[in-house]
Design a binder for this molecule. Structure first.
Ligand SMILES: C[S@@+](CC[C@H](N)C(=O)[O-])C[C@H]1O[C@@H](n2cnc3c(N)ncnc32)[C@H](O)[C@@H]1O
Length: 175
């Protein structure tokens, strides 16, 4: 299953909501074909992506759970529909926290099987914007199933929600 719920319109909106400083250095974790990297570059940001199946310009091949970038390298980290797919949301948050500058911005939209705010706070982020996109996600998931595509990951049982989150790196993350 490729892409993310809400498509390009959602990506543009998330970038606008984050209100990043001019020329900010941004990393897309799980960038796929590099759509968000293209949008960020077109908006004047210094953007790049990482994906284990890199296929797009500005996206390098690699595992975002073990990234080659130094601590505090980026002003912002964006990720759409990729942390859950990786199978280890906590490790993904830990890496995002590590490569972000103190006070750096997290732009995240993803599936969660638990309340996102306590999880993010434990990971060392404060949440400034939280929007429930579960209806959009449900439609996206059903359409993918209808086309005969399947999710790259097994969905556990339980109530899941899809959230758009804008946060900041605020404190030490979990170890
Ligand atoms: C549903 S796709 C979303 C792609 C892109 N973010 C978008 O919105 O179009 C999930 C992406 O996460 C990538 N991914 C999952 N786990 C990863 C990992 N550990 N390291 C790097 N990429 C990963 C997959 O290869 C895939 O491209």
């Amino acid at each position: 299953m490729n892409g993310h719920p809400g498509g390009t319109e959602h990506t543009r909106r998330m970038i606008a909501l984050a209100d990043l400083p001019e020329g900010a250095c941004v990393l897309d974790m799980g960038a796929g074909s590099g759509e968000a990297v293209r949008l960020l570059r077109a908006a004047g940001y210094d953007a790049r992506g990482i994906d284990r199946e890199s296929s797009g310009e500005g996206v390098e091949q690699g595992d975002f759970l073990h990234m080659p970038y130094p601590d505090g390298r980026f002003d912002a980290v964006l990720s759409q529909c990729a942390f859950f797919v990786s199978g280890d949301v906590q490790a993904a948050l830990r890496e995002a926290h590590r490569v972000l500058k103190p006070g750096g911005t997290l732009l995240l939209s993803d599936v969660f099987f638990e309340e996102p705010v306590p999880l993010l706070e434990r990971a060392g982020f404060s949440v400034s914007i939280l929007e429930d996109m579960t209806d959009v996600w449900r439609e996206y998931y059903l359409e993918a199933l209808w086309r005969g595509e399947s999710c790259e990951c097994a969905l556990p049982r339980g109530r899941c929600c899809y959230w758009l989150i804008i946060g900041r790196r605020s404190s030490n993350g979990f170890v």
